[in-house]
Design a protein around this ligand. Structure first.
Ligand SMILES: C[S@@+](CC[C@H](N)C(=O)[O-])C[C@H]1O[C@@H](n2cnc3c(N)ncnc32)[C@H](O)[C@@H]1O
Length: 319
């Protein structure tokens, strides 16, 4: 049986970048994004109140995505589209510049521990993305119970120089009806609402290009299963990202190997396979075509670094 509301799900792929949000609805209406919609109560209510506007919900949680698809299909709401992804990444690298009329973020995870700070949706990189994807005059609204997170967001917004002065309201009278609003109100916690509008465009954010497919070739003579073991033993750390080669799957009769790989760039994690095919002359190292990741700098580096390490490890073997 098909998933209820699946027609509202947008499967975002690198081939569609920069992703033109003005095409999301046939009539090119204004589009508003909610980041991390959770159970989707807020989006449902907005979309049914304003049927002529377009709404896009982006969530990291598959369960939340399925619940929202079900919710809008049951309610017969047609002006919502849903994506399963890291919203921060889509904003920074995938969505077309100046294509959103507004962004809502309700009770984002505060990630209070310093070691998780890279996940906070408050940092300069994220705010720069917000200023790129909003149209001039577009708004960014945040509701949170975390004063610390709110202050961090306000300070990044002000430093960017692209927004009006933040209006901050403590315990706003109007309700947005989400699970987390109810939870914190029941505990009598203070709630803060911040709204800014975009006053100036920064330099365009660089979206990913759709055509690049990293690969490398090295002489087959440099390769053996033990050089591959050696090459994948340690993680790789660059300034902006890390790469971990987790495990190797091999089909020796076919001379093919898959390396299970994880990259992390400013909190954006991707897991995928690198495929190695050993021919009589050359070893081809490329991304495995099933479950292709976004070809970010870290993903490209994971392929090239593996090739370099195999060569280095073969050189060490000869010595
Ligand atoms: C604390 S919950 C709030 C849910 C809902 N907005 C509410 O008010 O009840 C935060 C939600 O944001 C989602 N989330 C966290 N980081 C995200 C990201 N980078 N992109 C998309 N969703 C994200 C989580 O999966 C979670 O559902």
């Amino acid at each position: 049986m098909p998933i209820a509301g699946i027609q509202y799900f947008v499967n975002i792929k690198q081939e569609n970048t920069p992703f033109p949000l003005d095409n999301l609805f046939a009539d090119g209406r204004n589009v508003y994004l909610e980041i991390g919609f959770g159970r989707g109560e807020f989006l449902e209510s907005l979309a049914s109140t304003f049927p002529n506007s377009g709404y896009l919900g982006v969530e990291k949680s598959l369960t939340s995505v399925r619940k929202l698809l079900n919710r809008i299909s049951t309610a017969g709401i047609e002006n919502v589209r849903v994506m399963l992804a890291d919203a921060s990444f889509l904003i920074r690298r995938v969505f077309k510049n100046r294509s959103l009329a507004g962004i809502y973020m309700n009770f984002p995870c505060p990630w209070p521990k310093q070691k998780h700070a890279k996940h906070r949706l408050s940092k300069e990189l994220f705010i720069n993305g917000v200023s790129c994807v909003l149209t001039e005059g577009g708004f960014f609204q945040v509701i949170t119970d975390s004063q610390e997170l709110l202050e961090e967001i306000a300070s990044s917004l002000s430093e960017s120089g692209c927004f009006s002065e933040a209006e901050i309201e403590r315990n706003p009278a109007s309700s947005i009806g989400t699970k987390y609003e109810k939870k914190w109100k029941a505990q009598q916690r203070d709630i803060f609402k911040l709204v800014v509008s975009k006053t100036r465009s920064p330099e365009d954010c660089e979206t990913l290009r759709g055509d690049e497919m990293p690969h490398a070739k090295i002489p087959s003579s440099r390769f053996s299963p033990s050089t591959l073991q050696e090459a994948t033993k340690l993680p790789v750390s660059f300034q902006d990202f890390t790469i971990v080669y987790k495990s190797i799957y091999c089909c020796e009769e076919m001379n093919e190997y898959l390396v299970d790989t994880v990259t992390n760039e400013n909190g954006f994690e991707q897991r995928f396979f690198i495929k190695l095919v050993k021919g009589p002359q050359e070893l081809l190292i490329k991304l495995f075509s099933s479950g292709l990741p976004f070809r970010t700098e870290a993903v490209k580096a994971s392929v090239m670094e593996l090739a370099t390490r195999i060569k280095d490890s073969a050189r060490n073997d000869i010595r």
